[in-house]
Design a protein around this ligand. Structure first.
Ligand code: FAD
Length: 283
């Protein structure tokens, strides 16, 4: 079992990883090997100490060098669920699962708010994970909402399974096609149904369907971790980055404003120290 699993490869997750490595912990850093899209997206960064007037690509290169020189590998994975097993945690990534004594959530914030009905129908027709739930919709009619080009591959996989797929890309340059794929525009207004999802309401049409995939690069914290206390979409933490779940810490944008690299890196460091203290107390 790992001492810790860090979820997210932004400034917060990377900073936490560097500290855990320095403290000799056995951990995984999970997320995209290309790091957070919010790093490369920045045009000019003037407020990150030690790196004056860099652009996002330069910050990304510097962070990758930090990981490399510390000998830290990223485990490429999209985490779909974190479960408190009473004393340790189970982490699900599609079909794969991992166990750790502690977790650091460094998942950033997703600008897209949950659609009315999304959380209500989670597990009853709403899914966040193509790999985990795709096969349940083989030969069925689905709606897929995708917030990022990076996740188009997951949508392609779903198109290969569904009888009909209504695809709502919330990004420019969608390149998905196929006889069964219907591109529709815009964010859904609501997800409706009875016991399960029955339809998705868009501004100009309603699509009857068997299921809805919401493909997002970051999930609402409470959707990712059952029982986690959050407010206004942010994980509630104290100054040690502790959450309401013992052994689970959070750092960076996911804990609230200001949304800044330096704050994220600082909290990643604090969370990693808290993990070390927690592990020492448990010995
Ligand atoms: C265009 C732009 C310009 C900016 N310019 C500046 C600036 O000049 N100065 C400044 O200080 N800040 C700036 N920011 C803000 C800065 O990008 C954020 O504050 C910072 O990236 C937060 O770091 P983080 O590690 O908390 O989260 P993020 O950078 O959002 O990283 C979180 C990572 O976790 C991943 N993740 C989420 N959920 C999962 C999951 N379930 N499984 C696996 N991985 C997951 C995400 O995909 C992402 O890669 C800018 C932001 C943008 C968008």
């Amino acid at each position: 079992m790992y001492d810790c699993i860090i979820i997210g490869t932004g400034a917060a997750g990377i900073s936490a990883a560097l500290t855990l490595k320095a403290r000799g912990k056995n951990f995984l850093l999970m997320g995209s090997k290309g790091l957070s899209p919010k790093i490369s997206a920045a045009e000019k960064i003037n407020n990150y100490p030690g790196l004056p007037a860099v652009d996002g690509e330069q910050l990304k290169a510097a962070l990758l060098r930090s990981l490399e020189s510390a000998g830290i590998e990223i485990t490429p994975a999209q985490v779909t669920g974190v479960y408190d097993m009473g004393g340790h945690f189970g982490v699900l990534c599609g079909q794969d699962s991992y166990e750790a004594k502690t977790i650091i959530l460094a998942t950033g914030v997703e600008a897209v708010k949950p659609v009315p009905g999304e959380l209500e129908f989670l597990g009853r027709g709403v899914s966040y994970c193509a790999t985990c739930d795709g096969l349940l919709y083989k030969g069925k009619k689905i709606v897929v909402v995708c917030t990022s080009k990076d996740m188009e591959e997951e949508a392609e996989y779903l198109a290969s399974l569904a009888s009909e797929m209504y695809y709502a890309p919330l990004y420019k340059g969608a390149a998905l096609s196929g006889e069964n794929v219907h591109i529709i525009g815009g964010m859904p207004q609501a997800i409706e149904g009875g016991m399960r999802v029955e339809r998705v309401v868009f501004k100009d049409r309603t699509v009857e369907c068997d299921g809805v995939f919401m493909l997002k690069s970051a999930l609402a914290p409470s959707a990712l971790v059952p029982g986690l206390k959050a407010e206004g979409g942010h994980v509630l933490v104290d100054r040690q980055c502790r959450t309401n779940l013992s052994g689970l810490f959070a750092a960076g944008d996911c804990t609230g404003r200001p949304y800044q690299y330096a704050k994220a890196a600082g909290e990643g460091n604090v969370a990693a120290h808290s993990v070390c203290d927690y592990l020492a107390d448990k010995k």
